[in-house]
Design a protein around this ligand. Structure first.
Ligand code: FBP
Length: 273
């Protein structure tokens, strides 16, 4: 197994993954605040910023991205192919994210630098997702490609357990991260616990495995940088972020600042001076 720190999606031990799978997960509504972002090429261009260590795309956009690179000669960021995803349109008994891209296709046809898989532990479909993840993880090891787990515990198991206050409960977030470690992910993407900010629990349970925070809904530069800084301070390794980047008029300006906080050990005050 290769050292994950040598992966192109990691820089100085940390990562900034530009997530752009929202058209699948939430639908075009996420592009309304910045209509240009509905055009994938707009976001592909944003991924050219030095701070971006990977762009996370569903299969269709990943094909489009490779074609855009070929047509324009632009380098873009390393490609992380999201293997599963689900829409807001389906009605299910509980959370489940079906797989629509194989590891083989991601690696052999799309030349992916990494793959991603969403795991909804706590759903009644958890067992099925564990089985799928097992296959994904073992295939990934065969190809020597890193696996990022979007670990979002949610569903009936969480909702019906009175000890948990919801999917952003720090204990739930920590449990999700720990699952990533135990199931063989190289990096886990966690929901940001928001106001609860008790990341220490997370640091204690993941050992050396890398964790990145999800961005969530758009907020001010200042508030966002503070959240990212809090994550880095407790040993988190950066971000897998979508809306807080592509919903901005000038994403480059925030990316400049994030570069300082995530990769250069600067605090929010230093990068906004
Ligand atoms: P954001 O930074 O915009 O929150 O994106 C992170 C992400 O994990 C995306 O990859 C995904 O589309 C979305 O959040 C899923 O969010 P949820 O399932 O909580 O609605």
């Amino acid at each position: 197994m290769k050292d994950f720190d040598d992966s192109p999606i990691v820089r100085n031990g940390n990562s900034l993954i530009l997530a752009y799978d929202h058209g699948t997960e939430h639908g075009p509504v996420d592009f309304e605040p910045m209509p240009e972002s509905a055009e994938p090429k707009h976001v592909f261009r944003v991924s050219e910023h030095d701070a971006v260590t990977a762009i996370a795309l569903q299969k269709g956009n990943a094909e489009y991205y490779r074609k855009w690179q070929e047509d324009t000669g632009k380098s873009g960021a390393p490609l992380l192919v999201k293997l599963n995803g689900n829409s807001n349109l389906a009605k299910r008994e509980d959370y489940y994210s079906p797989k629509q891209c194989s590891v083989r296709y991601a690696v052999e046809e799309l030349d992916a630098d990494a793959i991603g898989y969403t795991m909804y532990a706590g759903s009644i479909h958890e067992d099925e997702m564990w089985k799928e993840f097992r296959e994904v993880q073992e295939q990934a090891r065969k190809y020597g490609i890193p696996v990022v787990m979007w670990s979002y515990p949610r569903g009936k198991g969480i909702e019906e357990n009175t000890e948990y206050s919801g999917q952003k409960d720090p204990e739930v977030v920590a449990y999700g991260a720990r699952l990533g470690l135990e199931l063989g992910a190289d990096m886990v993407k966690c929901k940001y616990p928001g106001e609860q900010r008790d990341w220490e629990q997370l640091e204690d349970v993941v050992g050396e495995m890398k964790t990145v925070m999800s961005g969530g809904s758009k907020r001010s530069d200042k508030a966002f940088l503070e959240d990212v800084n809090a994550t880095i301070e407790v040993g988190g390794n950066g971000l897998a972020v979508g809306r807080n980047i592509f919903q901005r008029e000038d994403p480059e300006s925030l990316l400049d600042k994030l570069e300082g906080v995530i990769f250069e050990g600067k605090n929010p005050e230093e990068v906004t001076e």
